[in-house]
Structures are given as C-alpha cells and as structure tokens.
Design a protein around this ligand. Structure first.
Ligand code: F6R
Length: 600
C-alpha cells in the first residue's frame, strides 16, 4: 500500500507533490520520491524514511519551474526500502510511480533484459517503465505504447507515467489500488492522488477511477480510454478524507482487509502450488520441527497456524508467547525452524527471542509487515504480509494477512513434504482464493453488530469460546474487546469450560460462541448447551441457527472452515468496535496501549 500524487499546471508543482505526499504518508513511509518534468529535462529526488527527508533534499536544491510532476510514498513489497528501490522509477527517458504489485514482473523483466534493457532496482515496478519504452521505441506513439504496456501487466497496478517522449502529458491507469483524477481550481490544472485528502481545497470535481480505467491528461484535456467514468464532487473535510470516510482508522482497516489480503496473495498462488519470492524449498532442509514465537494478536495468528502446520504440512509445531520463551532457558535444537510473527518487526520480546534462536544456530523466518524493521534485518528469511500501514492500535488487518501468509506457508511446506494429495491441495487453494470474498463486509452484518452492541455493555464479563483454529480466534476476539472497550473478556477452548470456568456462568456472563459448520460443530454445540443450561447469555456466530442462543449472528455457508474463520474474524472486530463506540472510548488510541511495544 503506497501513495501516489501527480500534478499538471502552472502553480507550484513541487509544493503540491510534497504537501500531497505528506497527506498520504499514512499509506507508507519507508521512502519517498518525486520526478519533475519540464521540456528539456526530468529532475528526480528520492529519500529514505519519512517525507521530511525528501522535503529537506528538495528544499536545498535549486529548482527550475516545472509544469508536470509525479510523486510517491512507499511501503515496500518487492525489494528493500533503499533509495534505489524508491519510486519514481526510470527507464531511459520516462518515469513511473506505481501502487500495487505486478504479479508477472519476473517474466517481463527477463524478456526486457534480453531486449537490452538495464534494470537498477529490485522492484516489480521498474518493469512498467521499461515495457513502456520498449513499445515506444518500436511504435513511436506514446498512447499506443502506454496502452500496450497496460495489457501486458498482471496483478494490481495504479500508475502515473511521464516521458520526455511526450513531455506535456501524464499517462494514468487504475487497477486494484485506488486512484483519483481531479480538475484543479486553476485553469489547465490536473491533479492525481491515491486518496481525497491531498485534493481538498484544490479541486471540486473528481473522478474516482474504477478498475481498468486509464487515460492521458494534459493542461488542455483529459482523455479517458473508455466511457467507464463519471465526475463527482469532492468532500470538504480533510480528516474524514484521510480515513476514507470511515469513523475510525480501525474501521477503515477492518474494511480494507479484503483488498490487503488480495495484495498479500498476489503472485503467491500458482495453478497448483504456492510460491514465495522470499524463500525456496531449501528452507526445510534438515528441519524436523517448527517453533513459533510472537506476542498479542501476532501470537494468535501463530497459534492458528500451529494447527495448520501439523494438519497440512505434517511438521511438529509448537508456539510460545515471546516474553515467556525468553526466560525459560528453552532447549533449542538446530533441526528446528524458528518462526517469529510481528506486525511492526520491533516488538522487544519477539526480537529478543529471535536473537536467542539465531545465537543457538537455528534457521529463522519472520512473518512481518514492515520491511527493514529490526526483525527483518535479523532473521535469515522474511515474508512480508503486505497489509500496508496499520494505524489503529488494535490490530486487525495485520492479523488477517498474517493468518493468510501462514496458511499459504503451511501449504507450501505440505507440498515440499509431500504430505498433501493434489486433490486436497486444489481444494485448499480454491478456498484460499475465496478469502478476500469472505472478508467483504455485508452491510447487514455490520448493522447487526451495531444493534447487538447495546445489549452487551454491562455484565461481569465475556467468554469467547471456540475449538481448533477457532480457539485462537476466540482469544483474538476477547483481546480486541478488552483493548478497546475495557470490558473483561477471556478466550477459551470451548471444551475447557467444564474444567473450571463454567463456575462463572450466570445471565450476566456473556458467551460469544464461534460455531463453524465445517469444523467440530457438534462438539462445540454441546459445550454451548452446557453454558446455556447454567443460564449464561449466549450470542452464537454461525451459519447454522442454534435454538439455545439468546442472540445470533448468521454467517455465510461455505465449504471450508478457514473461510468461516475469516468471516467470523470480521464479525468479532466489528462487534468490539461497536461496543467501544457506544461506551464513548477512543477506538484508535485506547488507554494504556501503544502501537509498537519496543520495551520489555
Ligand atoms: C493487539 C495488538 C498487540 C500486538 C502485539 C505484537 O491488537 O496490536 O497485541 O499484536 O503487541 O505486536 P507486533 O505484531 O508488532 O509484534
């Protein structure tokens, strides 16, 4: 998830680009860059880290006057966060900024290298500009060259491209990631941005581009390649715009899950296997077991995967909370693959656990959202979750992308270990492809959680219960509620109730029961019956109606328990958020918590 801006006009191009990128910095900030074009030349500035580094560079340069420019703030997906990998990317005479992931970049890169193109970065994006120039060199027609380029690309790509071959234009295309084109308030001004915020006050008329729509803009005209667009009016509140119209970043991030999980899977699911650019089969050489270490929500993703690694990959798998692992004098053997999971890559306990494993000579892998973080720099291997920056303190999309990566990894290991039949693998891959759909939020479900939330503001506590992978999901549901509502909630394996916790059951104890149709339904049903018999108030989440529930949230019928898992995850996140809102709490910045826990 990156941010892009573009400008055509006679006002201060550099200022629009830098101000715009500042507004988009929330989309990622590991590097930023701008390319400025006037008739004779293109000037480019790039800097690592926060935008102020780029602004300082630009301020200290003697700038000419430019009437065209493009800019980008990056969240690394392919290639480390370095200046060379920062956008805009250059061919011989053109520059491009890109938001998304080019799935077929490896094949394209090979072809282009054979055709004599030189690549300087590790990114997928660089193929776009070389592809354009390859066509332009043959056709000598920038419009055709751009249209041909688009048809060759697979994956997600919202792009702006400028070229000395046609120096009065910006070529644009939207597919997957958001892109807006706007008529500026001044005559001849055209503006581009990944979201509303940079445009507010500078334009009234915008097109929120649909997937597959592109065109060419200049000071004189905006030409679209198809009729599939319409102009609309821009909202006037900046704060509202940064959250894309949602009330809280947490809400925006819950709604974003479907698209970031698609990004997370891009290029990683092939016809009948999983592949990761970041690792190869040798990762399992000499490995007999997996140990996972993480904290909080990331621990819950890890616990979920421990079921999948044993069930699908047939590898022994254990998991520990990182803060416990550190001081227990663990026995570490070199036939163990050590996996750490972390959104931030900076959590002190997880980082220390990773260092201990490295010191003991174990192979290590981090599943992380932030490239170039302490953990990605320490581990032998990194797989990025590609969730984009997560602003809400309560983690949401980090969890869904971690769970997706870990499920893919379990299938990747299963293939290496030959522990899965091709029929079963096909079924799993089919289900995986459906995950983004299961994360799309049905208005009715959100409405239902909103309505139900008013009945769950009191009581003496919540039990979230589930079995198998729905046990870690229950833990995650309870953690979400605790974090933002400050109500007492516990997650339990539902079979554990009768071993003690059921003593708490009475009408003021709320049980949130995760009752998937495709996994141990009858078993969990009898556990819930036991609670109901003790008068606990039951809210069941299930595709199947359950006569003993006091409240019921109906999920869709599917044929795979993991699809039920993801749909229920969203229900739990919305439920906590709506309770927190009713209680008047600060949803995005709950009391006593911080986004990144870099102290022990
Ligand atoms: C919960 C939450 C925390 C983090 C935990 C680990 O919503 O955000 O529990 O999951 O602090 O953080 P990372 O994943 O950055 O290591």
């Amino acid at each position: 998830m990156c941010g892009i801006v573009g400008y055509i006009g006679k006002q201060d191009t550099t200022k629009f680009l830098l101000d715009g990128l500042k507004e988009l910095e929330y989309r990622g900030y590991d590097s930023a860059g701008i390319a400025l074009l006037n008739d004779e030349k293109i000037d480019v500035f790039k800097a690592l880290g926060k935008l102020k580094n780029l602004s300082e560079k630009v301020e200290s340069a003697k700038l000419s006057k430019y009437e065209i420019g493009i800019g980008h703030t990056r969240w690394a997906t392919h290639g480390k966060p370095t200046e060379l990998n920062a956008h805009p990317h250059l061919g011989e005479y053109s520059y491009v900024v890109h938001n998304g992931i080019i799935e077929n970049y490896k094949e394209l890169k090979e072809e282009l290298i054979k055709a004599g193109h030189n690549f300087v970065s590790q990114t997928d994006t660089e193929v776009i500009v070389h592809l354009f120039e390859n066509f332009q060199n043959k056709l000598n027609d920038t419009t055709e060259a751009f249209k041909n380029t688009i048809t060759k690309l697979e994956g997600a790509f919202s792009i702006l491209l400028i070229s000395k071959a046609d120096p009065s234009k910006i070529f644009f295309f939207k597919h997957g990631s958001p892109l807006i084109i706007a008529k500026g308030n001044e005559k001849g001004e055209v503006l581009f941005s990944s979201s509303d915020a940079p445009l507010i006050g500078l334009s009234n008329e915008v097109v929120y581009l649909e997937d597959g729509v592109g065109g060419i803009a200049s000071a004189d005209s905006i030409e679209f390649f198809s009729d599939d667009y319409s102009w609309s009016t821009l909202p006037s509140s900046k704060q509202f715009a940064q959250k894309d119209g949602f009330r809280f970043f947490m809400e925006k991030e819950i709604y974003e899950q479907s698209s970031v999980v698609s990004d997370c899977m891009l290029g990683r699911i092939q016809d009948n296997e999983i592949s990761f650019d970041e690792i190869d089969e040798s990762i399992l050489e000499g490995i007999k077991e997996i140990k996972i270490c993480a904290c909080g929500t990331s621990y819950h993703a890890g616990l979920t995967s421990s079921y999948l690694f044993e069930r699908l990959s047939k590898v022994k798998c254990s998991i520990e909370v990182a803060s416990e692992f550190r001081y227990k004098e663990p026995l570490l053997t070199k036939d163990t693959l050590f996996i750490v999971i972390s959104q931030s890559g900076e959590t002190a306990d997880t980082l220390e656990a990773l260092k201990m494993a490295k010191k003991a000579g174990l192979k290590s892998l981090v599943i992380c959202n932030v490239d170039n973080s302490s953990m990605t720099r320490t581990a032998d291997y990194t797989i990025l979750t590609r969730a984009g920056i997560e602003k809400g303190v309560a983690s949401t999309k980090a969890f869904s992308t971690q769970a997706t990566v870990l499920w893919m990894l379990a299938l990747y290991f299963a293939k290496i270990n030959d522990s899965i039949s091709s029929e079963k693998l096909q079924k799993e891959l089919h289900a995986l492809r459906e995950v983004p759909k299961s994360l799309i939020i049905d208005d009715k479900i959100h409405e239902k959680t909103k309505r139900l939330s008013k009945r769950y503001l009191h009581g003496h506590g919540f039990f979230f219960i589930g079995r198998d992978v729905f046990f870690p999901l229950a833990l995650e549901g309870a953690l979400k509620l605790k974090e933002i509502s400050y109500l007492h909630a516990e997650g339990y394996p539902s079979g554990e109730m009768k071993h003690g916790p059921i003593a708490l059951a009475d009408p003021e104890l709320f049980t949130i029961a995760l009752m998937p149709q495709n996994l141990l339904y009858d078993k969990i049903k009898s556990n819930v019956e036991e609670l109901s018999a003790r008068d606990s108030t039951i809210c069941s989440i299930s595709p199947l109606e359950f006569e003993l529930s006091d409240d019921f949230i109906k999920t869709q019928k599917t044929d795979h328990y993991m699809l039920e898992f993801f749909e229920m995850l969203v229900v739990l996140q919305l439920f906590s958020m709506e309770i927190s809102i009713r209680l008047g709490n600060d949803v995005d910045m709950p009391r006593n918590l911080a986004k990144s826990v870099t102290v022990e």
